[in-house]
Design a protein around this ligand. Structure first.
Ligand SMILES: Nc1nc2c(ncn2[C@@H]2O[C@H](COP(=O)(O)OP(=O)(O)OP(=O)(O)O)[C@@H](O)[C@H]2O)c(=O)[nH]1
Length: 532
């Protein structure tokens, strides 16, 4: 039994057409075949445009959201046979939702290359969206590290851009990006102010140049501070802080210098008084001696006792004078001596304060550890102590692992926080007599006086463990911070540079062996040290 024609496939219709020609004994010419084929096809129910539109509206009305709404409107139009309204609803929807897509005249097929163009465009749009989101989330936000609220907005609009597909969401995100760009313009003005602050800082240093030239060490240490500042990330707050600190240091040093100079003048005046008194006494005494020898002449010439009595009275008076002068001079000298001692004590106190002020510029501004200059001085001192007392001295050169990645991923400001955290942990883990100094960038030196090599390695291992225990949190995310280290023991006669070089070679080996480890340095070669 043949199937109902309404369900026949094209192949089955063709077969049925041949059978029909056979039954009717008609020759299967192309024309006869076409007629039979159309006859069978004609049995199938007619597909009318209206039916298609009714079905379309009904199925659309079952969908959620805007599509469902459109379906209901279309059904309403179709029920009242208002096909003009039906068409209007469809055009409006097309305009709203397919705006920007290539418009193809009604009834025409979309040319293949136009279709391809459309696919290419949406690919480009996707790429553009991704690139822009990346720029906002990573690049722009890290450039804006000195303005965290702008950096956060940049990150969050980048994140939102990735999922902003509806027109409304897109309008919102574009407006946020415009707003962000406006804020960045304002920030640029802030940066101009920062530069002005920097200039003021330089001027401040120049103003003090005369004072600085008196003592070379001042000059070099202050210049170092500025160099460190310029080498690091410059932010408005760090510049303002540095300006404030330097102003304070310079002001206090100026005060101390003036007071010191005044105290020195006081001592000088006292010394002058002392010398005056001394010479007065000497001259009084020599006058006295002259007078006495004059008296001995008068005595030898004296003819009677009354002459002698007169001479004796004179001698008594002169002796009394000389004695009084001597006592006065002695008292004055004692007073002067006491004043000199007091002034000396004041000078010592002032000089100590000056040394403390100097310590400020031996400190690394970011981490509070010693800076390179402070390290040079401390290491020189410890080497001299070790050689004099014949005690062991070890140093460790520490370098943070993959620090560049931390900076690149989480921003320079987080990198700075990591450095501060690391120094804090190291300081709290080291013994009192150990010293930590920033050697440069993310490298630190630990000086361990009176320490045998195995103890030095143990100390640095303890620091390593402590650093993994004391978590560094960034945006509620735990960052693992590790370092590699080269430990070296100082050998008699070895210079600071030679010692550091050996520690550096060991550090290099630690890095190459896979990082997060400690390597003990080889002893210096036989030619490296002076013959004993
Ligand atoms: N945040 C911050 N970064 C710094 C500072 N000083 C140096 N750096 C950065 O430290 C990074 C050091 O990078 P690299 O020398 O490649 O070392 P690393 O990434 O730690 O790699 P390994 O040493 O091989 O583990 C550079 O990106 C410097 O910009 C600083 O004061 N603050």
């Amino acid at each position: 039994m043949s199937k109902k024609t309404s369900t026949l496939s094209p192949v089955e219709i063709a077969r049925e057409a041949f059978q029909r020609l056979g039954t009717r004994r008609i020759a299967p010419t192309p024309e006869a075949y076409r007629i039979a084929y159309e006859e069978i096809l004609g049995d199938q129910p007619e597909v009318r445009a209206e039916t298609v539109l009714i079905n379309f509206a009904a199925s659309l009305s079952k969908q959620p959201g805007e599509n469902g709404l459109l379906g209901t409107r279309l059904m309403r139009a179709q029920e009242s046979s208002d096909w003009t309204e039906y068409g209007r609803q469809l055009s409006e929807y097309a305009e709203e939702n397919w705006l920007g897509r290539p418009i193809v005249p009604h009834g025409e097929l979309m040319p293949v290359d136009l279709e391809r163009q459309f696919i290419r465009d949406s690919k480009k749009e996707k790429m553009l969206r991704e690139v822009l989101a990346r720029i906002l989330v990573f690049n722009l936000s890290s450039l804006l590290e000195s303005a965290p609220e702008l950096a956060n907005e940049s990150k969050s609009s980048g994140q939102d851009l990735k999922t902003a597909f509806s027109e409304q969401a897109m309008i919102e995100i574009i407006s946020r990006i415009k707003q962000l760009s406006f804020q960045i313009e304002l920030k640029t003005d802030d940066m101009a102010q920062q530069q002005e602050l920097l200039m003021r800082l330089f001027q401040l240093l120049l103003e003090n140049i005369n004072g600085l030239l008196e003592q070379g060490s001042w000059l070099s240490s202050q210049i170092e501070t500025v160099q460190a500042l310029i080498a690091g990330p410059i932010s408005k707050t760090s510049l303002a802080d540095a300006t404030k600190n330097l102003k304070e240091v310079i002001y206090k040093q100026g005060l101390l210098k003036n007071t010191l100079a005044e105290e020195k003048v006081v001592v000088k005046n006292m010394m002058l008084t002392f010398v005056d008194r001394l010479s007065a006494m000497v001259s009084t005494t020599s006058n006295y001696q002259k007078t006495i020898s004059g008296f001995s002449h008068q005595i030898s010439q004296a003819g009677n006792i009354s002459d002698l009595n007169t001479v004796l009275t004179e001698i008594m008076r002169e002796t009394q004078n000389a004695q009084e002068e001597t006592t006065r001079s002695r008292d004055a000298m004692e007073d002067a001596q006491q004043e000199v001692e007091k002034a000396e004590a004041r000078i010592h106190a002032l000089e100590n304060q000056l040394v403390q002020m100097g310590e400020l510029v031996r400190e690394d501004q970011l981490t509070g550890s010693l800076n390179r200059r402070g390290m040079d001085e401390s290491l020189d001192r410890e080497i001299a102590n070790a050689e004099r007392r014949d005690t062991p001295l070890c140093i460790a050169l520490l370098d943070l692992d993959d620090f560049k990645r931390i900076n690149d991923t989480h921003g320079h400001a987080t990198g700075d926080e990591v450095l501060i955290h690391m120094v804090k942990v190291i300081k709290e883990t080291l013994r009192k007599l150990d010293v930590i100094a920033r050697f440069g960038g993310e490298e630190f030196i630990v000086l361990m006086p009176e320490t045998e090599p195995q103890d030095a390695v143990q100390i640095i291992t303890r620091v390593q463990r402590e650093l993994t225990k004391r978590l560094f949190m960034h945006e509620s995310q735990r960052l693992l911070i590790t370092f590699s280290a080269g430990v070296a023991e100082h050998h008699k006669g070895e210079s600071q540079a030679q010692l550091i070089k050996r520690a550096d070679v060991a550090l290099y080996k630690a890095k190459h062996a896979g990082k997060n480890r400690i390597v003990f340095a080889d002893p210096p070669g036989p030619d490296a040290l002076p013959a004993e």
